[in-house]
Ligand binder design. Sequence first.
Ligand SMILES: C[S@@+](CC[C@H](N)C(=O)[O-])C[C@H]1O[C@@H](n2cnc3c(N)ncnc32)[C@H](O)[C@@H]1O
Length: 279
Amino acid sequence: MGVIAGSTSDEERAAQIARRFDVPLLDSMCSPRGLPERRAVVQVIDGIPGIQLTGRDVPGAVTIDFADKSLAHRRRAGHNELLGKAVGWKQARAPRVLDATGGYGRDAFLLADLGCTVDVCERDPIMGLLFQEALSRGLASTDEWLVSVLARIRLHNEDAQTLDLSALGGVDVIYLDPMFPLDRRAAPAKEMQILHLLLASEDREPVAESEDALAGDHDHTREQQDAALLAWARAQEVQRVVVKRPRRAPEIGGPAPGHSLTGKAVRFDVYPVSREGSN
Ligand SMILES: C[S@@+](CC[C@H](N)C(=O)[O-])C[C@H]1O[C@@H](n2cnc3c(N)ncnc32)[C@H](O)[C@@H]1O
């Protein structure tokens, strides 16, 4: 991990980020394409930090931008309908959601757009930085709709399992979208490919295509972490826990969900919590 400035005007910001995360500031003259293969670095372009992969033939940097047209498009295309059903959204009352796996914030954004108040947890410091900066930029925009949606989102840059839910003022639903192993037969979306490598490099573990044994260990650990996160969520004072999975993926280990909602590419497993209706 390191930080690189996209141009000389980004050097100061890049240096600030490197100091904050205590990681090396890379020479702004070096190109990510000339660095060792398949690592993730933070690249600052026009003052905005993004994640850039290193090595030959890598795609451009990704960042979080809530003003990006693709988010408004996802909403128009009805991506929020199944998600809304899964969290128990009703016209008269949008639930208060804890999105415990924030990532790029797309699901949090769709939920907030539905009118839900959304507390978001993201435990990775770099993803947290990208998320917080995207929130601040969006909230400072002149787009009233965008500002009203983002005003319902609050970020906690920490592991969800360390959060004191009673301090949040009420949570009806915990939403989980854990990382799923990349499907090696399909070309993974650029954002997910980059997120996988970022999280692996934060663990200081290289992930190479050929290292199947290592990838197998990763998958096993991840399954255990997912099961622990679900067990934690189900033990909270909430009405339901919703887990997003790829359409045909197995359920997370543990008790079976109460029901599932299946869309074209994803499935939402809904776990009612026995205290249903207590909030
Ligand atoms: C697949 S991504 C989520 C994508 C997200 N739903 C979206 O719409 O962009 C999973 C994210 O959850 C984060 N994460 C995993 N376990 C977590 C935990 N226990 N607490 C907080 N964040 C967690 C990871 O760092 C990663 O960024």
